[in-house]
Design a binder for this molecule. Sequence first.
Ligand code: ZN
Ligand code: ZN
Length: 754
Amino acid sequence: MNAREAQTLHVFDTILTLIAKSTSLSQTQQIHSHIIKTGHSNDTHITNKLISLYANSHHYINAESLLNSLPNPNIFSFKSLIHASSKSNLFNYTLVLFSRLVSACILPDVHVLPSAIKACAGLSEWGIGRQVHGYGLTTGLGLDSFVEASLVHMYVKCDRLGCARKVFDKMREPDVVSWSALVGGYAKKGDVGNAIRVFDEGGELGIERNIVSWNGMIAGFNQSGCYLEAVLMFQRMNYEGFRSDGTSISSVLPAISDLEDIKMGVQVHGHVIKMGFECDNCIVSALIDMYGKCRCTLEMSRVFEGAEETDLGGFNALVAGLSRNGLVDEAFKVFKKFKCKVKELNVVSWTSMISSCSQHGKDLEALQIFREMLLARVRPNSITISCLLPACGNIAALVHGKATHCFSLRNCLLDDVFVGSALIDMYANCGKIQVARIIFDRMPVRNLVCWNAMTSGYAMHGKAKEAIEIFDLMQRRGQKPDFISFTSVLSACSQAGLTEQGQQYFDSISRVHGLEARVEHYACMVTLLGRAGKLEEAYNMISTMPIEPDACVWGALLSSCRIHRNMSLGEIAANKLFELEPKNPGNYILLSNIYASNNRWNEVDKVRDMMKHVGLGKNPGCSWIEIKNKVHMLLAGDDLHPQMPQIMEKLRKFSMDMKNSGVSHDTEFVLQDVEEQDKELILCGHSEKLAVVLGILNTNPGTPLRVIKNLRICGDCHVFIKFISSFEGREIYVRDANRYHHFNEGVCSCGDYW
Ligand code: ZN
Ligand code: ZN
């Protein structure tokens, strides 16, 4: 190299150093072309500088082609490219470059190794990380404090806390950042013992805790469900004189919510006000959520209204809080108001409103909100769908349910296990148990919720054999049943009268599965024994139950007593029920039915007087029927429906037809103190009958009808619908609060036992 060339190279070098400070791409390209023109492009030092410039401005293709052009690249040729790619989270690329470097037998330095380790952490590639670690040890670079710190982070990130701990313990200068990562890792894993131990040992190592260490512990414990530890850590932090910041507060509030520790919540709220964090949207949302979970709805609304700017997070927390506390009308009001004020509601807002409606019996509203959501061009996700489907199922809105099914198919949401379970439930609830089974069979993965949905679907349809089959299959596939599984299988046994099998399942709850039988299981057993006429045995079971029997258990005994006309036990059960639910007219009617069937008319009168005395509970009997895409809701004695005159006329006609065919109304189900004619009139008003007649009036002959009733179907409606099914030649499905009734050609699938 002559002096002149050396001088040219020096000039290029100076220019490149200058450009590096301004990082301008066009300048880099200009000087690059100049270097090529003057024939200096094979100088390694100059090329390395160019690679660095391209890498730092993210022009990896240019940088790499320069790297490839070098006959003898050195560590500097790779260094800037590895560093820049790792910084930009191009971790796979970083590792490719690193392996090229190693195979070219170039020794990396203490700056390159941390970039490679960071890439392993970013990809959660623990295996490769360990290899890089081993390489570091053989080359001696692993003893560098930068390298050690990045190894600790990598192992924590890859959830290998034992390895992280080993590296940390060998560090000659343990630093607060690595230490914080390690204790945070233990906390996040829920390893309380190690987290606290290492945290306490920090002082001995000369580590000074900072806000990041405290926040890592609080957030970690909160994430792993160690809520109490999170709150204690927050308290300790303040006690030891560290000022909690916004991150500490928004990490501790969810823990307080889950503990429902309102006292602590109020203290933290005070702290928020004192520190002036009331404008922090994250903290406001967390406060709203906390008050909602602690059931302080007034305080919750106050925080929302007090916030300067109402942001979407706070609004979503408020809607969720209101609906969690059963204030669905309030939630709806807030939702409507906010919808007008802010144009951009997100998928969480819409989903939480849909879920709130479908959980609180506002199924038609849930369907309406879903339509509005689609119109607002907000894309529903799998959670939206699994919240909407129960609303379709509740009111047997099969057309809407199918449309939702198609929507999930088009949007590839069918593989989601919750969407799948919700579809099984929906089809079972809409009377399409075979379709539910097809969905079930096609699921790529199943969890407990799916198995339970299928078992309870079969139970609801009185298909005991199939319910048992699914229940057994579930266990053979290694899925442990929970209390819901047992409730379903026991109710299937009780509906089908499988006394012995039911008893076996009941005994296995504690003996085989180590669970404790719950009150629902006892209610099933009482029904099971009662149906078999073993009333004394049922009563003994109730008397020796380890838990307090509830109204369902006594109700099961009372119903069985009515069927077997047992007065003595019926009286015991009824008296218990009058204490537990004095306003439920059903219990009085059942008891008076028992007396009437034993011709004890004096007692019948007494029950009637009692009923008058306590005042009849409001009994909002309600039915739904879907006709041509529209769901109609009918209330007992309701004349709001526009077709009510036609319905009543048709109903009177059917009553005449029924009489002429020799079938009589079952008037036992009405109070005994009304005239025979009035009784018939009252029975005529039952919502399930109105729904069936509305269906007959508005559909073609032969079309099956699906009706949902919110209470148990009464005996008279059962007689009436059986008659209609043969007289009109229609299949009629009625789902009542208890089970499915499939009426066909004058008989019902329940065998008149429900
Ligand atoms: Zn009825
Ligand atoms: Zn039936």
